[in-house]
Write a protein that binds this ligand. Structure first.
Ligand code: NAD
Ligand code: MG
Length: 333
């Protein structure tokens, strides 16, 4: 005859252990939920999240420094929180010293990518800050100054970035040149040539050098503009290059499907960056910068970084040949 009291006692032990497990699982579930819930980002009122025009009078010699702008742009230095979305990735970002490229560089590093930035030698002070921020995120930073108007530099840049990072699976062709002119008659042959060399030739040379080095799953991202769709009358040559970038990206995306490389563009509206205060806009437009958008304010670079992250990440595996805008409500397309 089994000893009932013994069975009852072992059953109690099993039940108690099971209850313990359930309690522990519930506690760990609650802890996980709490961890996932924290930090809880506050709701942001988009209309009033950042400074509205008028902006203080200012101008800088080209190419300008973010560090000398007033107010200083927000590139996400104190706000961007990563969650491993680009862990182990290797990215080259042109114009990574300031503006949209800097915001992308900070976000990529905090998402777990090693990042090479390219910029002009005059921009060393901005570039140093970005290198420090990438390293603070625990990632490898590579600084590769040079002039993208030179096709040889474009090819060397890609090779150096690849060699220094130990691979390359994200190319952000973001550097850009913008000089306002009221009339086509004021645009010199040199300006026309420089704008095209910087904005569209460099995209061609960088892509050509990068594609043979990129594994399946890689991403190419170009920075276009709302000016591709609704060109400003004072940005004739610039707008033409941005239209060319959109067509280039859509065509290259189709070519690259069977190589497993996605190709997309970002179309920013007015963002508060050095390019605008160093000859990109008239003084009057700087004063009222962003005021013409439905939201009535300029974008800050931190507000566009999430698009660069999405387009680079494997979450975007079905997204190619597209143009993503952040423009304060200004329509594109
Ligand atoms: P930015 O001045 O901060 O960045 C532009 C960068 O381009 C510079 O930092 C510089 O490093 C690089 N560059 C320019 N000429 C170069 C050359 N010859 N060789 C090497 N590098 C060169 O300004 P941003 O606004 O962040 O510009 C980034 C991109 O965003 C550009 O393609 C620009 O056309 C585009 N964009 C900007 C806005 C805006 O409102 N700021 C709007 C639409 C598109
Ligand atoms: Mg710069």
């Amino acid at each position: 005859m089994p000893d009932d009291s013994h069975i009852a006692s072992s059953r109690r032990t099993v039940l108690a252990a099971a209850a313990g497990l359930v309690t522990a699982a519930a506690a760990s579930g609650r802890a996980q939920a709490a961890e996932m819930a924290a930090p809880r980002p506050p709701l942001v009122d988009p209309e009033n999240a950042y400074p509205r025009p008028p902006f203080p009078e200012q101008s800088q010699p080209w190419p300008g420094l973010a560090g000398k702008m007033n107010p200083r742009p927000d590139h996400g230095e104190t706000s961007y929180r990563g969650s491993g979305r680009l862990a182990g990735r290797k990215a080259l970002i042109t114009g990574g010293d300031s503006g949209l490229g800097r915001a992308a560089a900070i976000a990529y590093a905090r998402e777990g990518a090693d990042v090479a930035i390219a910029y002009l030698p005059q921009e060393e002070p901005d570039a140093r800050e970005v290198v420090a921020l990438i390293r603070e995120a625990g990632r490898k930073a590579v600084a590769l100054p040079g002039d993208l108007r030179d096709s040889k530099y474009c090819a060397q840049l890609v090779q150096h970035a690849h060699d220094e990072l130990g691979g390359l699976d994200i190319l952000v062709s973001n550097a850009g040149r913008q000089r306002h002119q009221a009339s086509i008659l004021d645009i010199t042959d040199e300006q026309f040539d420089e704008t095209f060399r910087t904005n569209i030739y460099a995209l061609f040379h960088l892509s050509k050098a990068a594609i043979p080095l990129m594994p399946r799953g890689s991403a190419i991202i170009a920075t276009a503009s709302v000016n591709a769709f609704s060109p400003s009358e004072i940005l004739l040559d610039y707008s033409a290059t941005k239209g060319a970038i959109v067509a280039f990206v859509k065509s290259l995306a189709k070519q690259m499907v069977h190589k497993g490389i996605r190709v997309n563009a970002v179309a920013p509206g007015p963002f508060w960056t050095a390019l605008q205060v160093s000859g990109g806009q008239t003084e009057e437009n700087i004063h009222n910068f962003g005021g013409e958008t439905p939201m009535g304010r300029a974008g800050q670079p931190a507000e566009i970084a999430p698009i660069y992250v999405l387009l680079a990440s494997s979450e975007a595996s079905y997204i190619t040949g597209q143009v993503y805008a952040a423009s304060g409500g200004t329509g594109v397309g």
